[in-house]
Design a protein around this ligand. Sequence first.
Ligand code: GTP
Ligand code: MG
Ligand code: ZN
Ligand code: ZN
Length: 402
Amino acid sequence: MAKLTCPYCYRPFAEKEMRFRCSGMRAADGRFCEAAPDPVRVALGDQMVVLPVVEGNGRKLSATCQACGNAATVQICPHCHAQLPVHFGKIDTRMVAMVGAKFSGKSVYTTVLMHELIHRVGRRFDAAVIGADEETRKKFGNEERALYNEGVLPDTTRPANAGEQGRQPFVFKFSLGERKRFRSTLRHTVLSFFDTAGEDLETSRGVAQNVTYLSSADGIIVLLDPLTVPGLVQTLGIDPDVLPARSQQEAARGDSPINILTRVTELLQKLPGAGPNRMIDVPVAIAFSKVDALWEALPEDSPLRQPAPDAACFPEQDSLAVHDHVQALLLQWEGGQIDQLLHKHYRTYRYFGLSALGAVPPAKEPAQARQRVAKSGIQPHRVEDPFLWLLSRLKVIETGRG
Ligand SMILES: Nc1nc2c(ncn2[C@@H]2O[C@H](COP(=O)(O)OP(=O)(O)OP(=O)(O)O)[C@@H](O)[C@H]2O)c(=O)[nH]1
Ligand SMILES: [Mg+2]
Ligand SMILES: [Zn+2]
Ligand SMILES: [Zn+2]
């Protein structure tokens, strides 16, 4: 039986196990259901009042509410009761998870990537990208506004288990037009993007929570701050005084990329079906963020400085050029430790270099509540590369030679 995975809690279930939520409409005889907090949602930190759960066969598109007699068509996850995207059982779902050290740029990256997917990449692939639920649309809207309109950088993300309101992944629907000879159809892919707090990778409870979503991920993006790679600053001759103090602190705390990758690898090896001697099958994109900080120190013809091609397929040659270049740089910077680890444990991995902001943000002034983006605004560079690579691996988009 085909297993589905909830894009919100990342737990598996069979199609027929999906449940429904009552519509709250008034039936002909006057009966109707009232909204109240759902104990399952409350346990997850969501106090919202919602209509009651309706039992039924998830393979069908509706069920009858026993309390009010109305037809319920909204399908929900049997585990976390989150509302699922329309026709969830009938469409493709791909989970893309992201992990990374504290301060590696995950939150900024998530917002900029989604913005780019919606406004630019979607058009390039003739695809529509939209938030799949109200919560995603609202939260993404707020984060997009803060970054793009107000120019303020996000605060540090709170760990998944902190606070009243549990954090939910952003869930987007990527709908790709398939032009057939006589008709065109749409292929939907649900993308779930979970922005981890850096310290989720540090506590055992946080790691346990990460296991749930990493184990159901079809692709993983590991975001690494290159400025925390030991040896990089010296090799490239970057003036340490102009580096963000935080990157230096994180590196000194032991959150160097090799340590993060070691922890992620150990986590993936603990999953069912995996083991210390088995290669990890899930494709892993190793993405170095903030490459804008390195540009001046890299030669002008460095693939990391070139814009990405914009054909409607995944540009394999270009991506391999970046991969080889990063691999060579890593050998210079840290003696190839990272590459050895990846080579030994991962069947499919690839390097990327990207910049969400496109420029180093000026240091926060004492009078400012939050750090701001550079005056030049947000000029993303190659943010979609890791994502498109995963989509091409997952056969959602085609791979081209360009
Ligand atoms: N130069 C440069 N700096 C960046 C870029 N993206 C993020 N930063 C810097 O990195 C800081 C941290 O970014 P966040 O996105 O908050 O990092 P995070 O990984 O979500 O951090 P936690 O939530 O604390 O784990 C930002 O405040 C910026 O100063 C970028 O593209 N270029
Ligand atoms: Mg964050
Ligand atoms: Zn009802
Ligand atoms: Zn769920």
